[in-house]
Design a protein. Structure first.
Length: 480
């Protein structure tokens, strides 16, 4: 096979496994010291052992890795159950690493048993393993010490180091991510590691909804808290206000959204805006939400009644300005982002063809519902109200997820999806694809592009299905 002085594929692979294991063990040790799960430290230690044995070209390395993989499977199922999309990110890389042991050179190594190690080398095997283990422990300890000595967030700071939390955070949760920056952090002190295990359910609320009009419905709302009230939405876009202390329903508003053509029902949250009575009129405090039939709705935060001065009797039709958009092809699942007097909202579009609606992001006056600007990735130079009608705008990348805002810079940061169609890139419009799978910074007041960073060029979200279909001799339409 390979001589004792040759850097074989097995030894190279083993060295990489040891390095990977060192990093995971160090991070896992830090997590354990923070009262977290011991899984990562345990798996990292098994990975170091696997790498050492593989480096020494011993077949036992495959069995140690199998034990580590079985541990991961058990841990993953315990964490997320049998949900395939939640299991995939926990197992995909580790299964791919395990597949290396099935390659021809690895099988030959295991079959030969002793490989290049002579009788003398076999006698020295325990000493070699001890040396590798000692170095691994020393490096792990050094990395763990460095992590422990790293600067910790000070009181009043978010878990994202160096970002000052908003002053009002703690008593309220005014945005989807608590702050417009999406920090999702509150410097509360009543709950800590010493008493979190003693928490008990104070109250439970049931929306009472039935899910018979869609193949997939999920409750994904993050409630916002304003003063003593929680506001959230149901998968059918019903807006609900609850007493935060008791869970008693104060009001609910059902927009009676037409959802019969929607393949997926969910509503991730609502937004809040407060202004003086001289500006807000009958609705100085209002809740705004998007719907599955492409409407932006404003309701009175105190009563749940529609705000009559917003759009047409409290609603704006988001399909207006986009030609020939059928129900269910353009939907809103995330809360609008409130920036000063603007409600900025994107949408989710169907992904299968180049004739889908454009993936526009638009800003509306939060009081009147008037359209202020439109950004279309397929026609980014035009931010006017009719940008959605431009010919090259169809099937452009959309932004359905909640964005973040840096108020000091006046920028809103949007994550974009893949240019449509998502499974076949041969006939995509190059103008829209320039913003596909990207992070885009827009001027929040105007919608003009400040910069864009593309994470994946010419991405296909179903490329792996196409490859499988092609290998099986199936047509693309069978899996697209």
């Amino acid at each position: 096979m390979f001589g004792p002085h040759t850097l074989s594929l097995a030894r190279l692979f083993g060295a990489l496994l040891v390095l990977f294991g060192l990093v995971m063990t160090a991070g896992g040790l830090y997590l354990v010291l923070l009262k977290g799960s011991p899984y990562y430290m345990t798996f990292g230690a098994l990975l170091i052992a696997t790498g050492a044995l593989v480096f020494l070209e011993r077949r036992n390395g495959a069995w140690v890795y199998l034990a580590a993989l079985l541990l991961t499977v058990v841990w993953s199922i315990r964490e997320v159950g049998f949900h395939p999309w939640l299991l995939l990110p926990r197992l995909d890389v580790l299964l791919a690493l395990g597949a290396v042991f099935l390659l021809p050179w690895s099988r030959h190594q295991r079959a030969s048993g002793r490989s290049w190690i002579s009788q003398q080398g076999l006698a020295l095997l325990p000493m070699r393993v001890a040396k590798v283990a000692s170095v691994a422990l020393l490096v792990t300890a050094a990395l763990g010490t460095a992590l422990l000595e790293a600067p910790q967030p000070a009181s009043g700071y978010s878990a994202i180091a160096g970002i000052k939390a908003d002053k009002n955070v703690g008593s309220e949760w005014p945005h989807y991510g608590n702050t417009l920056k999406g920090q999702r952090y509150a410097p509360v002190t009543q709950i800590d590691q010493s008493n979190v295990s003693k928490l008990e359910i104070a109250w439970t609320y049931h929306t009472g909804e039935q899910f018979q009009d869609s193949g997939s419905s999920t409750f994904e709302a993050t409630p916002i808290k304003i003063r003593d009230t929680l506001y959230f939405c149901s998968p059918h876009n019903v807006v609900i206000a609850l007493d935060a202390d008791t869970g008693r329903e104060r009001w609910r508003h059902d927009p009676r959204a037409r959802l019969e053509n929607n393949a997926y029902l969910t509503c991730r949250g609502v937004s809040y805006h407060e202004s003086g009575a001289d500006y807000g009129g009958a609705c100085p405090r209002r809740i705004l939400t998007g719907t599955g039939d492409a409407r932006l709705i404003a309701v009175n935060a105190d009563t749940g009644h529609l705000c009559p001065g917003f759009g047409e009797l409290g609603a704006v039709d988001l399909r207006r300005g986009m030609e020939d958009v059928k129900l269910g092809r353009y939907v809103v699942t995330s809360a609008p982002t409130i920036y000063k007097n603007l409600a900025i909202i994107g949408g989710q579009i169907f992904e299968r063809s180049s004739r889908e609606p454009p993936g526009v992001v638009r800003a509306y006056d939060v009081i009147t519902g008037a359209l202020i600007w439109t950004w279309n990735p397929g026609y980014p130079e035009n931010t006017a109200a009719d940008a959605g009608r431009e010919a090259p705008s169809r099937a452009s990348p959309n932004s359905w997820a909640p964005p973040t805002v840096d108020e000091a810079l006046g920028l809103i940061y949007l994550p974009t999806s893949v240019q449509k169609p998502d499974a076949w890139g041969g006939n995509r419009d190059p103008r829209g694809e320039a913003f596909s799978s990207s992070i885009v910074a827009l001027e929040a007041a105007t919608g003009r592009v400040r910069w864009a960073y593309q994470t994946v060029h010419h991405e296909s979200s179903r490329a792996w299905r196409i490859a499988i279909a092609a290998s099986a001799g199936l047509p693309k339409k069978a899996i697209a």
